[in-house]
Design a protein around this ligand. Structure first.
Ligand SMILES: Cc1ncc(COP(=O)(O)O)c(C=O)c1O
Length: 452
C-alpha cells in the first residue's frame, strides 16, 4: 500500500514551540524606538502586548512550552495531516517526492489560529478585555475572532477595504464568531481619516489597517493589539507546523531536500521551515529553503533591507526587514494575505545570512498551479498558498529536467473556500500579471526613515 497521509495521534502533538533565536549564528538587529532611535525595552511594548508575548519576542530559549489550555484547543484540529502528493507527482510526471502539510483543516481554514489561540490565551491571562487587529485576506481576522470567542475576549478587526469588498463571507464568518469588522481605511481613527482625506477612494493596505488597529488599542486601557504575522512570537507559535512535519517526515522514512513556503509577513513559511532550519544551523541536516512571494509585492526580492515602520502612519517601532516602504500600497491582486510591505525580521535576517532563498511569482502562474493542484489532489488552495504550490511545482519540474528525485515539502497553509471569486476571475481571464518598474520600486522606497 502506498501511504497518502501521514497522521499523528493527538498525544503525539508537540508540547513546545521551537525558537530559532536559540540557534542563530548572529542575533537579528535590535528593534528601535521610533522617537529616540534607541533599542526598545519590554516596557515600550507593554501598551500594545501582554508581557508574556513580549518576553517570547526576545527569548533565546530553544523550546518554549505550549500552555496546556492552548494545547487543548489545538487538539480541535491538530495534529494536521502531512500528505504525499502522489497524484500531483503523477500529473507532473516527476521523479520528485512531493509532500505537503495541510493547515486548511483548522476551523478558520488556515495556519493563523496557531498563533491566534496562543495570543488570546496570554491576553486573557493578563486580564485584557478587547483585542484589536487588522486583516488582509480575512484569514487572520477569522482566526482571532474564533480565538476571542474561545477565551471570552471582544475582537475588533480593521479589514483592508479591497478584501472587505471582495470577501463578504470572510466578514460574515468573523461576525458569526462575534467580532466587529470595519472596512479600512475608516472614519473611526485619526490614521484612517487622514488617509481618506488625501485618497477618498483608497482600497486600503495592511500598513494602513495596522495603523488603525494600533491607534485604537493604544488608546483603550482594556484593549491590546494583536498581529497575525511578522513578529518573533507569531513565528514562534507557528513552529508547531514544522515540529509536526519533522515527526511525519520520519514516519514517511524521508527528509526534505527542499522546503517551500509562501510569504506575506513570513509566519507560515517560518512555521514549516524553522524546525528544519534549526537542524541546518546546528549542523545536523542540510536543507534548501525557498520563500515564494508575489511579484506584485516583492519585499524580499526587490525591496531593501533597512529599518522601516510596520505601518503606514508610523506608529510602530522600527524594525530591520526587507521592505518596499511603509507607504507602499500594492495593486489589488487576489492573494490578499501576501500584500504586506515588509517581511518578518527573523526571515529577513535568514535571507541576509544566506540560509534561505527567495523568489517571486506572477499571479497567473500561481492560479494555474492552484488549479493543477486542485485537479490532482482535490483541495482548492487559498490564493496565498498557490504561491507555495507554484514554487513546489517549479522544483518538481526541475527534478524532471535533471532526472533526479528530490523530496520537496511545502506548506499548504490554507484552503480557498472563501476565495472562489478569485478563481472565477482567473478562469474568466480577468486576472493580470503585474510587473513593477524600477521607478515604482524606487518611489516606494523613497520614504524610508533614515536610520543606520
Ligand atoms: C492563507 C494565508 N496564507 C498566507 C498568509 C500570509 O501570511 P504569513 O506570511 O504570515 O503566513 C495569509 C495572511 O493572511 C493567509 O491568510
Amino acid at each position: 500500500m502506498k501511504t497518502v497521509k501521514y497522521l499523528l495521534a493527538e498525544d503525539q502533538m508537540p508540547t513546545a514551540w521551537y525558537n530559532i533565536q536559540a540557534d542563530l549564528p548572529t542575533p537579528p538587529p535590535p528593534v528601535l524606538h521610533p522617537g529616540t532611535g534607541q533599542p526598545i525595552g519590554p516596557q515600550d511594548l507593554a501598551p500594545l502586548f501582554p508581557m508574556a508575548l513580549i518576553m517570547q519576542e526576545v527569548s533565546t530559549e530553544r523550546f518554549i512550552e505550549i500552555p496546556e489550555e492552548v494545547q487543548t484547543i489545538y487538539r480541535q484540529w491538530r495534529p494536521t495531516p502531512l500528505f504525499r502528493a502522489r497524484r500531483l507527482e503523477q500529473a507532473l510526471d516527476t521523479p520528485a517526492r512531493i509532500y505537503y502539510k495541510y493547515e486548511g483543516v483548522s476551523p478558520a481554514g488556515s495556519h493563523k489560529p496557531n498563533t491566534a489561540v496562543a495570543q488570546a490565551y496570554y491576553n486573557q491571562q493578563e486580564g485584557v478585555k478587547r483585542l484589536v487587529t487588522e486583516t488582509g485576506a480575512g484569514q487572520w481576522g477569522s482566526s482571532l475572532a474564533m480565538a476571542g470567542a474561545f477565551f471570552g475576549i471582544e475582537v475588533l478587526v480593521f479589514m483592508v477595504k479591497v478584501s472587505y469588498q471582495q470577501k463578504p463571507y470572510r466578514r460574515a464568518l468573523m461576525e458569526a464568531y462575534g467580532a466587529r469588522v470595519v472596512a479600512s481605511p475608516s472614519e473611526e481613527t485619526n490614521a484612517g481619516r487622514a488617509i481618506l482625506a488625501e485618497h477618498p477612494d483608497s482600497t486600503g493596505s495592511l500598513g494602513i489597517a495596522i495603523s488603525e488597529a494600533v491607534e485604537v488599542a493604544a488608546q483603550d486601557p482594556e484593549a491590546k493589539y494583536s498581529l497575525g504575522s511578522v513578529l518573533n512570537h507569531v513565528l514562534l507559535h507557528q513552529t508547531v507546523i514544522g515540529e509536526e512535519a519533522l515527526a511525519q517526515m520520519e514516519m514517511a522514512g524521508d527528509y526534505p531536500d527542499i522546503i517551500v513556503g509562501c510569504t506575506g509577513g513570513g509566519s507560515n513559511f517560518s512555521g514549516i521551515s524553522f524546525p528544519f532550519i534549526g537542524k541546518k544551523l546546528r549542523g545536523e541536516r542540510n536543507v534548501r529553503v525557498v520563500a515564494v512571494e508575489p511579484a506584485a509585492c516583492p519585499s524580499m526580492t526587490r525591496g531593501k533591507y533597512a529599518y522601516d515602520f510596520g505601518d503606514t502612519a508610523k506608529l510602530t517601532p522600527l524594525v530591520k526587514m526587507h521592505t518596499l516602504g511603509h507607504d507602499f500600497v500594492p495593486p489589488g491582486i487576489h492573494a490578499g494575505g501576501l500584500r504586506y510591505h515588509g517581511m518578518a525580521p527573523l526571515v529577513s535576517h535568514l535571507l541576509e545570512l544566506g540560509v534561505i532563498e527567495a523568489i517571486n511569482v506572477q499571479q497567473l502562474e500561481t492560479f494555474a498551479a492552484g488549479i493543477q493542484f486542485a485537479r490532482a489532489e482535490g483541495i482548492i488552495p487559498a490564493p496565498e498558498a498557490n504561491h507555495a504550490v507554484a514554487g513546489a511545482i517549479r522544483e518538481a519540474l526541475r527534478c524532471k529536467e535533471e532526472g533526479v528525485s528530490r523530496a520537496i515539502l511545502f506548506n499548504l497553509c490554507g484552503h480557498g473556500h472563501f476565495d472562489m471569486q478569485a478563481y472565477t476571475d482567473y478562469m474568466a481571464g480577468k486576472l493580470r500579471d503585474y510587473e513593477y518598474s524600477e521607478k515604482e520600486v524606487a518611489m516606494a522606497l523613497a520614504g524610508l526613515p533614515s536610520v543606520e
